[in-house]
Design a protein around this ligand. Structure first.
Ligand code: NAD
Length: 541
């Protein structure tokens, strides 16, 4: 095995299961949901492969039924964060020297475990803990998570195979070393697949991590950690540390051994982490790699040649699937006046049929937003729009947190193009539309480009293909993932590498080899076959 040149081929994407009534996957998920609702899981920290219980407990609740406690988790204090950093550093050498084929084998085993015997477990925990319906859980905690693990083995093969040529009398090579230090993986609530990927991408390339999971996705994240261990991940390679971000960030970022941060979450949190790293920069042994995918104010730009039904459908799915809590969710739309009545009609028809509620009822298309803080922010923004003379709430606008954090799909028409909800990320099922005069295409393109600080996803709709090209070019920096005649959500690993720039992050494209490159620091090695013995230039002889 040691002398084989191994290369993992590009895999197929994990097929999305249909969950039709009567199918085996439907029976399995329903049984698992029932089982998980009957128990209260105790979630410890996992440091150096050992469970650590601090006794300082917090609750994990169902967002759609917030009185229901799913788990109690132990919170880290500064002491445990230091332990986690030490454990990651202790595991670093052996893991870095483990053949990369073996590292990949562990990731591929984790993928197979989740694709098979743990699919229902991880999907049910994601449904209950993060309020996703079956389909949204399946595309996240099963398919995308598996795709990241499998594709990364193929991306690593690509990177390791890039070698310089050797001139006569010498041998040249590139060694793709893991970073010198540990990686702090800070993961968001909204995708279990991202929680996995922010750890396992650096890990595949030979790094070790301190994992700060989001407090509102702990149930699925804890099961994930257990799957990694069952797949053979050695002790200390990933250290699972739930607890307050401020404590974990403070201790981890103060360590001279910080090699990098792999972050996904809001722009404000990432700005804070970056500033702290900046303040400490001369204390680190190396310049830490900072990779962050952050917020968005993702748009749909409609050209007046568009099919209004296709626009209405994309706006509906893009804005309201997973209650608008995808970083890529459509949250502002620019629609020409000539098409708006038909687009609005299409949106109204869909919203009249949509059901909002508990994940246990498969008829509910929209479930709860993640927690009370999020509910309060979104509901306040809707109330603000209702009271403002510069906006009109044309669909939805209702919210209720008595049982779960439910917000009805809401469409606001902004009468001024820089109305608050056209600019700020809301992270809920709220779409704001600015209706423009058809003749003002150019002006409206400028507005779309400059209204928000973000640059994550966006789409253009139009049947005039040349107009779509023109708009695509005009909006070159407004989105890192751009769609033509499609909703701005739903990027698939290996097919649409994901990430945005401006205030949306460092654009290191998760789901591609570009991201893996950030977790290695290469060393060029030259060997001279016969060392020269003379120092004189030829002309001096
Ligand atoms: P968040 O910023 O509130 O939290 C992200 C993580 O940071 C959590 O684990 C949180 O506990 C942690 N954290 C908070 N303060 C910290 C600190 N001082 N030190 C260390 N860690 C700290 O984001 P969220 O609510 O979990 O996720 C929603 C956000 O994520 C949205 O803005 C969304 O757009 C963004 N997001 C972006 C992408 C992308 O690819 N661009 C993908 C998913 C989510």
């Amino acid at each position: 095995m040691n002398n084989s040149i191994f290369s993992f081929p590009t895999p197929a994407n994990e097929p999305v299961k249909g969950y039709l009534a009567g199918s085996p996957e439907r029976a399995a998920i329903e049984a698992e949901l029932k089982r998980q609702r009957k128990i209260v899981v105790e979630i410890p920290l996992i440091i150096g492969g050992k469970e650590v219980k601090t006794g300082n407990l917090g609750n994990v609740v169902e967002p759609h039924n917030h009185k229901h406690i799913l788990a109690k988790y132990h919170k880290a204090s500064e002491k445990e964060v230091k332990m986690a950093v030490d454990a990651a550093m202790a595991a670093h050498k052996q893991w870095a020297e483990t053949p990369w084929r073996t590292r990949a084998a562990i990731l591929l085993k984790a993928a197979d475990l989740i694709a098979g015997k743990y699919r229902a477990l991880i999907n049910a925990s994601c449904m209950l803990g993060q309020s996703k319906n079956m389909y949204q859980a399946e595309i996240d905690s099963a398919c995308e998570l598996i795709d990241f693990l499998r594709y990364n083995a193929a991306f690593a093969s690509e990177i390791y195979s890039v070698q310089p040529k050797s001139a006569p009398g010498q041998l040249n090579s590139m060694e793709y070393r893991p970073l010198e230090g540990f990686i702090l993986a800070v993961t968001p609530f909204n995708f279990t697949s991202i929680a996995s990927n922010l750890n396992m991408t650096p890990v595949l390339m030979g790094n070790t991590t301190v994992w700060k999971p989001s407090t509102t996705s702990l149930l699925s994240n804890y099961y994930l950690m257990k799957v990694f261990m069952e797949a053979g991940l050695p002790a200390g390679v990933v250290n699972f540390v739930p607890g307050p971000g401020s404590v974990i960030g403070k201790v981890a970022l103060a360590s001279p051994d910080l090699g990098g941060i792999h972050f996904t979450g809001s722009s404000s949190t990432f700005y804070g982490l970056w500033k702290t790293v900046g303040m400490n920069i001369d204390k680190y042994k190396t310049f830490p790699r900072l990779v962050g995918e952050t917020g968005g104010k993702d748009f749909i730009f409609v050209h007046n040649s568009a099919d209004p039904e296709a626009v209405a459908n994309a706006a509906f799915c893009g804005a309201f699937e997973y209650a608008g809590q995808k970083c890529s969710a459509a949250s502002r739309m620019y629609c020409p006046k000539s098409l708006w009545p038909k687009v609005l009609k299409g949106l109204k028809e869909r919203c009249a049929k949509v059901k909002v509620g508990d994940v246990m009822n498969p008829e509910n298309f929209v479930n709860a937003v993640i927690d009370e803080a999020s509910f309060d922010t979104i509901s306040k923004a809707i109330t603000y729009a209702k009271r403002s003379k510069d906006a009109e709430v044309v669909i939805g606008g209702q919210f209720d947190k008595s049982v779960g954090y439910f917000i009805q799909p809401t469409v606001i028409v902004a009468k001024t193009p820089k109305f608050r909800t056209m600019e700020e990320e809301l992270f809920g099922p709220v779409l704001t539309v600015y209706v423009y005069e058809d003749k003002n295409l150019e002006k409206t393109l400028d507005l779309c480009d400059t209204t928000s600080p973000y640059g994550l996803t966006g789409s253009v709709f139009g049947q005039d293909r040349l107009a779509c090209d023109y708009i695509c070019n005009r909006l070159r920096y407004s989105a890192g993932n751009f769609y033509i005649n499609d909703k701005p959500t739903g990027a698939v690993v290996g097919l649409q590498p994901f990430g945005g720039s401006r205030a949306s992050g460092t654009n290191d494209k998760a789901g591609s080899a570009f991201n893996l490159m950030r977790w290695v620091t290469s060393r060029a090695i030259k060997e001279t076959l016969v060392s020269p013995l003379t120092w004189k230039y030829t002309y001096m002889k």
